[in-house]
Write a protein of this length. Structure first.
Length: 124
């Protein structure tokens, strides 16, 4: 489980580690409980991670639209496309309201979502 304390709301989330991430973590040597640390081995604070992420994206030649926030939004969309319920997505993303979540998931693949919904109704 990853434990994340949201800076904005103060809410603590316990999120299961995806098997792909677990494989990377298992293969990565670390002396810290926090797996994203600064060059000095300390956890990132405030906007420091976002600024560093921007530097990494710039060094990789990625577009300006690539941000940690964009990864969160993409994760919400992918969870919606996988057929996760709104409550399941909110448990991972930390969104407090359905209105917020709808903004994040409106880009979900409508056709795939419709097929998922229909498959559930015909399977019963």
């Amino acid at each position: 489980m990853l434990t994340v304390k949201q800076q904005k709301t103060g809410a603590t989330l316990a999120i299961p580690v995806h098997s792909h991430l677990q494989a990377v973590l298992d293969a990565t040597p670390s002396e810290h409980l926090t797996f994203l640390t600064t060059a000095t081995g300390k956890p990132y604070g405030g906007d420091h991670f976002s600024r560093r992420f921007r530097e990494w994206c710039d060094a990789a030649g990625l577009p300006r639209r690539c941000t940690p926030h964009g990864l969160r939004k993409a994760a919400c969309r992918r969870l919606a496309e996988a057929g996760c319920s709104a409550n399941e997505i909110m448990a991972i993303s930390g969104h407090a309201t359905m209105k917020e979540l709808v903004r994040y998931t409106k880009a979900a693949d409508q056709a795939r979502l419709a097929r998922n919904a229909m498959a559930r109704t015909t399977a019963a």
